[in-house]
Write a protein that binds this ligand. Sequence first.
Ligand code: FES
Length: 120
Amino acid sequence: MKPEKDVFVCTNERPSGHPRGSCVQNGSIEVLQTFRDLQGEKNLFNFKVVATGCLEPCLAGPTVVVYPDNVWYGGVTVDDVERIIDEHLVRGRPVEFLILDEEDFERSQRGPKEAPPSCL
Ligand code: FES
């Protein structure tokens, strides 16, 4: 069955103390694994969970993006994953309180003053 949606989970990791931090430091590996575990438990095939590099809004991570919906979630914890699956990926209703806004992107792009310009 061809997936209808892709769920991208940032698994970028930076060295400890890096001013931009990283999603791995904020628990994204556990978030990724929880998506995969629950997808299997619920026997869902309509979406594909994909580990990615940095998606940009690092300071608001862990970052999760659902395409083709173009819905960007931030600060996602393992406790949020089942809600994203049940409400968004099954019922088609994004989880509003987790959605990143423009300020989250701008803050991460400005970053801490000492942050390097790239998102490497
Ligand atoms: S490190 Fe995850 S969005 Fe940049």
